[in-house]
Design a protein around this ligand. Structure first.
Ligand SMILES: NC(=O)c1ccc[n+]([C@@H]2O[C@H](COP(=O)([O-])OP(=O)(O)OC[C@H]3O[C@@H](n4cnc5c(N)ncnc54)[C@H](O)[C@@H]3O)[C@@H](O)[C@H]2O)c1
Length: 304
């Protein structure tokens, strides 16, 4: 039934036939089955990962695809080739419809809106949003940081995450099939560090945003609080959490020795896959009782 719908949808795109009946068929099936079947491959749902061309985002995309999700891969447009290489690999390993590439700049609202809506159209919905894209920005004392430098980091690391949360939430609410929203904070979102003031402030901001968005009010309270709870998604069955890696997570093997020196003696250097595994859990049905949390992944470098 569904594989037929997918084939029809492809034909519809070419021949300009309205797709609404097809979407309805797919949505009905999704609500009534645990796994979403496409051709001979069964999918658990649809995920969108930003900053997925490398590092932690790439590891998350790979993990979610191996968990059974179809995955939309986002990064800035100049990373398109890297994104396409990841998509090709996922489609070879898990089936031709596993992955799509959606370059977009998460600092631009119209691009985020379009990214979410395109992803949802291509993957037949959105169940998991991972707002992973981030930059470190300049490392300099606050007295030397220009407003442009401050803004650049805020734009990607906080405003970008906010817009991904917002547009994913709008889609998930309209879809009415619950959802998982997950953002990138940092150990720097729990404890300050020198020469990184904008990064630290943005990552603390992601923690606050995650709490506000994940907080559950009952419907009576929600109507009384109105605007102040506009992003509070618990009542829709949407959980909102963040991950907080430390520099113990290594994407670049050449700095292993330096990183190891900062860790407790028992610890090993972590890998992007160590963050991907917590995201995999937060995305799962089992994690329904966890929301508003920012989970540390830091080999014991810092305790809340
Ligand atoms: N690696 C760590 O140890 C560590 C520690 C704490 C927090 N984090 C956070 O985890 C996330 C991933 O870290 P990483 O080490 O994989 O970083 P990374 O630099 O390897 O990857 C980040 C990706 O985000 C993309 N990106 C940047 N600006 C973007 C924009 N405007 N729109 C779309 N994509 C954009 C980049 O192109 C890049 O591919 C980041 O938010 C980072 O702050 C990482």
């Amino acid at each position: 039934m569904i594989s037929l719908s997918w084939a029809s949808k492809k034909r519809c795109t070419s021949y300009f036939v309205p797709t609404s009946t097809i979407t309805l068929t797919v949505s009905f099936k999704l609500r009534h089955s645990k796994l979403f079947q496409m051709g001979s491959v069964r999918f658990l749902g649809a995920a969108l990962v930003t900053g997925a061309s490398q590092g932690i985002g790439k590891a998350i995309a790979i993990r979610l695809a191996s968990d059974g999700y179809r995955v939309a891969l986002n990064d800035i447009s100049r990373k398109r080739e890297q994104l396409e290489a990841v998509a090709k690999d996922l489609n070879q390993r898990h089936g031709a419809y596993t992955s799509v590439v959606i370059p977009a700049d998460v600092t631009r609202e119209e691009e985020v809106e379009e990214m979410v809506s395109y992803s949802s159209k291509e993957l037949d919905g959105l169940d998991v949003m991972v707002a992973n894209a981030g930059i470190i920005g300049p490392t300099k004392p606050i007295t030397e940081l220009s407003m442009e430098e401050w803004e650049q980091v805020q734009q990607v690391n906080l405003r970008g995450v906010f817009m991904c949360y917002k547009w994913a939430a709008k889609h998930m609410i309209a879809q009415g099939r619950r959802g998982r929203i997950i953002g990138a904070s940092s150990m720097g979102g729990k404890q300050g560090a020198p020469n990184l003031s904008s990064y630290i402030a943005a990552k603390f901001g992601v923690r606050g945003l995650t709490q506000a968005a994940g907080k559950d009010f009952n419907k009576d309270q929600a109507s009384r609080y109105d605007l102040s709870v506009a992003l509070e998604l618990g009542i829709y069955g949407i959980t909102v959490n963040a991950y907080a890696p430390a520099q113990s997570i290594l994407a670049d093997p050449s700095s292993a020795k330096q990183v190891l020196a900062t860790l407790p003696s028992f610890a090993k250097v972590g890998q992007p896959e160590d963050v991907a595994s917590i995201v995999s859990y937060l995305a799962s049905k089992e994690a329904h009782h966890i929301t508003g949390q920012t989970i540390s992944v830091n080999a014991g470098m810092y305790f809340d």
